[in-house]
Design a protein around this ligand. Structure first.
Ligand code: F6R
Length: 608
């Protein structure tokens, strides 16, 4: 959730830290801070609120520093405030530390430290780390980290500086991502970051730290140890993302840019797996034998879970086996009925979502096989699953997920067709029809994106709506769930998704003139039924916007129809969601909200 940057080298340390943090701000943004090491002391500067406040505060600071650490915080323990912001000091201000994650036994440790005379000035769990480092430090920082790794429990990515060790930066991790960027040859600099965009401008060569590894950085070298002190020989990972792809590219918001990247995302996600000449689907890392399993579970959170629901619908339709779905936070505590004949599919953009990670760990404990559908390569879920399919959406910066969802849904399409083929349940003709339809999706998304101004005008008409319902039947209902979530997240409007047929069992009581109903009307067999549900809400005075396929007449319900191009029944979900994204985006911007950083939300939810 929070962001970490560390730097050692000859550049302007303050600038590298602030610049890196600005690329990570999306991960957590209630406060920020940096620590700069000079010859004889460490100075810390912190601010509550956005990074630009911190940047202003340190504008005139010009310390001769060659090493520093920085942090953007998303509060977990203690309210967002300057004092709770990281970095934190030990009592003599000789050690500074930043931390992502949660120290689960911090209360226990805090009480012990208080008994030993340590004074706490913040409400954070991280301050425990500062005092523990102080307690264990006897002139060897690496050993100190090794020692504290034995007493702390929980998740952590830690970066620390010691006043006595003027030219060395330290980091350590468990269950929270951390990478080390290797400065270019002869550059005499190295970097630490919790996520790639923070250091992409400076290097494309990174070490992805594993749990219980300690990184020791000087200007010239990076050495990695395990927590027993043994040096490790780690491979360098070459990052293929460009800075361009991690930045806004001329759009007003990351979210808008990412929505417009979706045609590309679809091409990238299909690439190498399906082409005009394919007679099957191929997955590079996932040579799983689907016939080994008699049960499939799909687990994920939020938007990723909605992609999973599309997967459930399609696999059940094509393969006629029941698919179980659960949000990860329920699955992990449900005592799920799984065994070595179960495949648990975990979907995650970040690959770091705490509940989803816990779900796959539980699945593995119970001998189930795990398949990750993951965007961030090298993330925990990517590494820990038995098989992975990468979603190839590139970095997604806006908190609200758009292109990553689209890529996840495309993977669900590929996977369902793959399973149907493996089980000999799809004839060649059907496969060819599906193949052609999938290969057209990218250009069809472009057609839908071209309706942006039209959709914006529709939103303007209904900008005063107080409640927004998204309704549909069958797969359209799963699409509706995503539309409603997106609107809640960024427009802060009360919204619900409902199965159209369920409205009359309660929620129809809420239909009145300030209610807007977005109807997803695509499922061929159910069009008339959903239309009659829409007529029922219309009769109660609610306003209606319909998302449907070209050629269908909705004039008896509303003039506000958003048409998507015709495709095969299986693939409407990805096209129908594009207008939903636009609706949410324009509600949010017209209401003056911060679209990329919606309140109370963080991009990567690495705490339970
Ligand atoms: C909504 C959104 C969240 C995430 C959820 C899971 O726009 O982004 O609901 O989908 O937090 O995150 P990942 O996919 O990183 O596991």
């Amino acid at each position: 959730m929070c962001g970490i940057v560390g730097y050692i080298g000859n550049r302007d340390v303050k600038e590298v830290l602030l610049n890196g943090l600005s690329k990570l701000e999306y991960r957590g943004y209630d406060s920020a801070g940096i620590a700069l090491k000079t010859d004889d002391e460490i100075s810390i500067f912190k601010e509550n609120g956005r990074l630009d406040k911190l940047a202003k505060k340190v504008e005139k600071i010009n310390l001769p520093s060659q090493m520093g650490i920085g942090h953007t915080r998303w509060a977990t323990h203690g309210k967002p405030s300057e004092i709770n912001a990281h970095p934190h000091f030990n009592k003599n201000k000789t050690i500074a530390v930043v931390h992502n994650g949660i120290i689960e036994n911090y209360l226990e440790l805090k009480n012990e430290l208080i008994k030993e005379g340590y004074k706490f000035i913040t409400e954070t769990d991280t301050e425990v780390l500062a005092h523990l480092l102080d307690k264990y430090y006897e002139g060897d920082a690496k050993k100190t980290l090794m020692d504290i790794s034995k007493v702390i429990r929980g998740s952590y990515a830690i970066c620390a500086m010691f006043n006595d060790e003027a030219d060395t930066l330290y980091c350590m991790k468990k269950d929270s991502p951390l990478i080390i960027g290797k400065g270019e040859k002869d550059a005499k600099e190295n970097f630490i970051a919790s996520d790639i965009p923070a250091i992409l401008e400076y290097t494309k060569e990174v070490y992805i730290l594993e749990d219980n590894e300690i990184g020791v950085l000087t200007k010239k070298d990076v050495t990695i140890y395990d927590t027993l002190g043994n040096e490790k020989d780690k491979p360098i990972t070459k990052v293929t993302w460009t800075m361009e792809s991690a930045e806004k590219g001329g759009y007003e918001h990351y979210m808008l840019k990412e929505m417009h990247e979706q045609p590309h995302t679809v091409r990238d996600t299909l690439n190498g797996r399906l082409s005009n000449s394919s007679d099957n689907i191929t997955f590079e890392n996932a040579n799983l034998d689907i016939n080994e399993f008699n049960k499939i579970y799909i687990v994920a959170c939020g938007t990723a879970f909605h992609a999973g629901l599309i997967g459930k619908y399609l696999i059940e339709k094509l393969v006629r086996i029941p698919i179980f779905t659960d949000v990860s936070s329920e699955f992990r505590y449900r005592d799920p009925i799984i065994d070595d004949k179960t495949l648990v599919i975990a979907i995650s953009q970040s690959g770091e979502t705490a509940d989803t990670l816990a779900a796959i760990r539980l699945a593995k404990e119970r001998k189930a096989k795990t398949l990750g559908i993951v965007n961030v390569i090298g993330s925990s879920i990517d590494r820990e699953c038995d098989y992975t399919i990468h979603t190839c959406a590139g970095p997604e910066i806006a908190v609200a997920s758009t292109k990553a969802y689209t890529a996840q849904v495309i993977c669900m399409y590929l996977l369902s067709v793959y399973i149907a083929k493996e089980k000999n349940l799809m004839q060649e003709d059907d496969f060819n029809t599906f193949k052609c339809a999938m290969l057209k999706l990218s250009s069809q998304i472009e057609e839908v994106l071209a309706k942006e101004d039209y959709i914006k005008d529709i939103v303007k008409k209904y900008i005063k709506a107080k409640n927004v319902f998204y309704i549909g039947r069958g797969m359209d209902y799963y699409v509706a769930k995503e539309g409603s979530l997106k609107l809640k997240e960024i427009a802060y409007l009360h919204s619900e998704s409902y199965q159209a047929g369920e409205l009359k069992h309660g929620p129809i009581a809420l239909m009145e003139s300030a209610t807007l109903v977005v109807g997803i009307v695509l499922d061929e067999d159910l069009i008339e039924k959903t239309k009659s549900n829409l007529k029922e809400v219309k009769a109660r005075g609610a306003k209606i916007v319909v998302i449907t396929e070209e050629g269908l007449d909705m004039s008896d319900i509303t003039d506000d129809v958003i048409y998507i191009p015709k495709t095969e029944w299986a693939f409407t979900s990805v096209l129908a969601n594009i207008p939903q994204q636009m609706i949410a985006y324009y509600f949010a911007t017209l209401l003056g909200n911060d679209v990329d950083k919606p309140r109370n939300l963080a991009k990567s939810v690495t705490v339970e």
